[in-house]
Design a protein around this ligand. Structure first.
Ligand code: H2U
Ligand code: ZN
Length: 346
């Protein structure tokens, strides 16, 4: 289908379109070359604010943790609700609403030099458990309506620190992107009587061209509508509205999929692979939300090597996102890579 011709694809989850221009991949590159990410790092860095026992920016001392460690972000973007400040001006042109919430940081490991790709399965499983605990704990609060778990990795993604960590921003209101996904999942369920992503994952498995890896519970694929060159969606085969739907074996399978995907990503350009990734799941408003099928998105910025990134500029800022290599080609590339990390070989 359209393998050599410009076409556009519809994102069934968000309702947005992406322009695909497969004939452009032969274009010469004379633009910016970023320096490859440095791979050699110490296991402990006395200057790192996330390493055990070190002092953070606000003067607090991290405990001598040996698994995961969660703390309230010292520079939180969201603050607890403030009484008396909840009156928004009633103006249809200059609309504003108060927003409140909680921001936290999760250290995945005490080791400064690791990433999920280089952690043991049982250590990543601990991260899965902490995500689930945090999702439930924050979600139970009356003032929280949505819990966003995410990770920025690598300097090109604006990540301030290589120490393996992620973040949680829990807000009263529903942010824009999960709100759009909710709308389209709800519409699909209403119209077809079946969950959008249950149907989508079945179709992708039948087709096979965009599958990157699988295990008993999870499938990683380059979505049909992917925008970023090596964008991946990781989703459970079975219908689950959130992290809390997983049993013990399923949580182990999630850890397995996270590690294997991380290894493939690092192996792609033999460098620590930068990305933003995050979890989309049912909002924490007390509703059941059968329309929601929880999943991860990985958005890596790299295009051709560890030093050539994709810029979302020009047409993409003004009109719509565009990609050159097809999602099928990206998936085939990721599928062919080894699941042994390049730093662990020989
Ligand atoms: P990145 O994952 O994008 O690098 O962000 C790290 C977060 O850590 C950032 O939100 C917080 C910053 O506010 N932080 C602390 O909470 N304490 C510190 O001592 C430094 C950074
Ligand atoms: Zn550190």
């Amino acid at each position: 289908m359209f393998d050599d011709h410009p076409h556009r694809r519809f994102n069934a989850l968000t309702g947005e379109w992406v322009l695909v221009s497969p004939h452009r991949t032969k274009r010469p590159w004379q633009g910016q070359q970023d320096a490859p990410a440095k791979d050699e790092m110490p296991e402990f860095d006395a200057g790192c604010y996330l390493c055990p026992g070190n002092v953070r920016a606000n003067g607090e001392v991290n405990p001598d943790y040996d698994g995961t460690f969660v703390f309230d972000n010292d520079f939180a973007a969201l603050l607890p609700p403030q009484s008396g400040r909840n009156t928004a001006p009633d103006d249809d042109l200059f609309r504003a609403e108060p927003e409140s919430g909680v921001c936290r940081v999760i250290c995945y490991s005490p080791r400064h030099d690791l990433s999920m790709a280089r952690m043991e399965r049982h250590q990543v499983r601990r991260v899965v458990d902490v995500w689930t605990e945090q999702y439930l704990e924050l979600g139970e609060r009356d003032e929280i309506g949505y819990v966003q778990i995410f990770e920025n990795r690598g300097a090109v993604m604006g990540c301030s620190n290589p120490h393996p960590h992620g973040q949680i921003w829990a807000s009263g209101g529903m942010p824009t992107i999960p709100a759009a996904e909710q709308l389209h999942q709800q519409k699909h369920l209403d119209e077809k009587g079946e969950c959008l992503l249950c149907r989508y994952v079945k179709r992708e498995l039948e087709d096979g061209r965009r599958i990157v890896l699988e295990n008993d519970s999870f499938v990683a694929l380059v979505p049909f509508w992917a925008v970023w060159p090596y964008e991946v969606m990781l989703l459970p085969r079975q219908h689950m509205t959130g992290l809390d739907g997983m049993d013990d074996a399923c949580r182990d399978d999630l850890a397995d999929a996270l590690v294997r995907l991380g290894v493939r990503y690092d192996n792609l350009f033999q460098a620590s692979f930068p990305y933003s990734m995050g979890i989309h799941q049912r909002p924490s408003d007390g509703g059941e939300h059968p329309e929601w099928h929880f999943h991860f998105h990985y958005y890596p910025p790299l295009l051709r090597s560890a030093s050539v990134r994709k810029f979302m500029v020009g047409y993409e800022m003004l009109a719509m996102p565009q990609r050159d290599i097809t999602p099928e080609l990206s998936a085939a590339t990721l599928r062919e890579l080894s699941e042994i990390h390049y730093l662990s070989r020989g």
